[in-house]
Design a protein around this ligand. Structure first.
Ligand code: NAI
Length: 336
C-alpha cells in the first residue's frame, strides 16, 4: 500500500483527478490517497490558498499527484504551484513531450524532454511598485540552483539514453543572470563527455522548434523560458491536454500536468485527462509500480488507436467516456 497526497485542484482539476484515480484503481495499484484541497476555495476557511496541512501531507508521504490550481492574474494570492515547489524545494520540473498514437499533429517522431529550473528566476516573486507608473521584477539566478538543475538534466540524459543536452538562455542580453545559468551548464557538461552539449538562444530555439523539432533531445532552461517553451513543445505533439509533468526535489516529488485549470471547460465533462494520467503513469514508475504503469499506458494507447478521443484531439468523447474506455481495456489486459 502506498500513501500518496492527492491535490484535486479546481477548474477541471476534480474531473481529471477522479478519472485518473479510477484508472489507477482499475490497474490494481493499492494507494491510500491523502486528499488535500488547496487554492481559492480554501482561503476563506483557512486563510491561505496553500494551508500548512498540504505541505505537511506531502512531507509525510513524500509523493503527491496534483491537478491544476487557478492563480488570479495581476492580483490576489501568490501561485499555489510556485509556493509548493519552493516550500518543498522541488527544483527540477521535468516535462517529457512526445507524439502519442493516433494523435495527428504537424510533426512526427517528436521526442523532447524539457528540464526547467523550478525555484528561482522571475518566479522568485521579487517584485515592487517603484511608483505609480513603474514596476520592477528581479530575475534571480544563483550558481547553486543553476548547477544542480544542469546536473539533473545531464543525469537524466545518461539514465534515459539521451544523446544531447541543449541549454537555452538569453545570455546575449541578460549577460549576468542568464550568463551565470549558461556558465554553470557549460561547467557541468564537462563531467558528461558521453552527452553532447549544445547552446542556443531562446528566441532562435522557439523558431527552430517550430521549424524542425526533431533536432532537439533534452532542453535545459531557466524557470520562465522553461514554462513558455514547454507549452510550445506541448503544442507540437497535440496540445496541453496530453502534456505531462513532474516536479522533483531531493526529498519529494509532485506529479502534475503542464496545463492549468482550464476554467473555460470546467464542469462540462470536456477535459482531456491524458496529461494528468501520463503524470500519474510517471508517478507509478517513480514508486516502482512499473507493471501497472505499462498496462495503463498500453490501455491509453489502445484507446487512442481505437479513435476514442476527447474534443481537444478532434474526438467526440467526454472525459468520463474516455476514462471508461481506458478502464475497459485495462480489464481485458488483466485477463490476458
Ligand atoms: P490552461 O492550461 O488552463 O488552458 C489553456 C487552454 O488549453 C484552454 O483553452 C483550455 O481549455 C485548454 N486545456 C487545458 N487543459 C486541457 C485539458 N486537460 N483538456 C482539454 N483542454 C485543455 O491555461 P490558462 O487558461 O492560461 O490558465 C487557467 C488557470 O490555470 C490560471 O489561473 C493559471 O494560473 C492556472 N495554471 C495552473 C497551473 C498549475 O496548477 N500547475 C499551470 C498553468 C496554469
Amino acid at each position: 500500500m502506498h500513501n500518496i497526497t492527492l491535490i484535486k485542484g479546481d477548474g477541471i482539476g476534480p474531473e481529471i483527478t477522479d478519472a485518473v484515480v479510477q484508472i489507477i484503481k482499475a490497474a490494481g495499484v493499492d494507494i491510500n490517497w491523502d486528499v488535500q484541497t488547496a487554492g481559492a476555495d480554501v482561503i476563506e476557511k483557512e486563510g491561505s490558498p496553500l494551508p500548512n496541512r498540504v505541505i505537511e501531507s506531502v512531507k509525510k508521504n513524500k509523493i503527491a499527484l496534483k491537478s491544476p490550481v487557478t492563480t488570479p492574474i495581476g492580483k490576489g494570492f501568490r501561485s499555489v504551484n510556485v509556493q509548493l515547489r519552493k516550500e518543498l524545494d522541488l527544483y527540477a520540473n521535468l516535462r517529457p513531450c512526445y507524439n502519442l498514437p493516433n494523435v495527428k499533429t504537424r510533426y512526427d517522431k517528436v521526442d523532447i524532454v524539457v528540464v526547467r529550473e523550478n525555484t528561482e528566476d522571475l518566479y522568485a516573486g521579487i517584485e515592487r511598485q517603484v511608483d505609480e507608473n513603474t514596476a520592477e521584477s528581479i530575475k534571480f539566478i544563483t550558481r547553486q540552483a543553476s548547477e544542480r538543475i544542469a546536473k539533473f538534466a545531464f543525469d537524466y540524459a545518461v539514465k534515459n539514453n539521451r544523446k544531447e543536452v541543449c541549454v537555452v538562455t538569453k545570455a546575449n542580453i541578460c549577460k549576468l543572470s542568464d550568463g551565470l545559468f549558461l556558465e554553470c551548464a557549460r561547467e557541468i557538461s564537462k563531467n558528461y563527455p558521453q552527452i553532447k552539449f549544445r547552446e542556443i538562444l531562446v528566441d532562435n530555439c522557439c523558431m527552430q522548434l517550430v521549424q524542425n523539432p526533431n533536432q532537439f533531445d533534452v532542453l535545459l532552461l531557466p524557470n520562465l523560458y522553461g514554462d513558455i517553451v514547454s507549452d510550445l513543445c506541448a503544442g507540437l505533439v497535440g496540445g496541453l491536454g496530453i502534456a505531462q509533468g513532474a516536479n522533483i526535489g531531493k526529498d519529494y516529488a509532485v506529479f502534475e500536468p503542464v496545463h492549468g485549470s482550464a476554467p473555460d471547460i470546467a464542469g462540462k465533462d470536456l477535459a482531456n485527462p491524458t496529461a494528468m494520467l501520463m503524470s500519474g503513469i510517471e508517478m507509478l514508475n517513480y514508486i516502482g509500480e512499473t507493471d501497472a504503469a505499462s498496462r495503463i499506458k498500453l490501455a491509453l494507447f489502445e484507446t487512442l488507436n481505437a479513435n476514442i478521443k476527447t474534443f481537444d484531439l478532434s474526438g467526440n468523447s467526454k472525459c468520463s467516456e474516455f476514462t471508461q474506455a481506458i478502464i475497459e481495456r485495462l480489464k481485458v489486459l488483466a485477463k490476458c
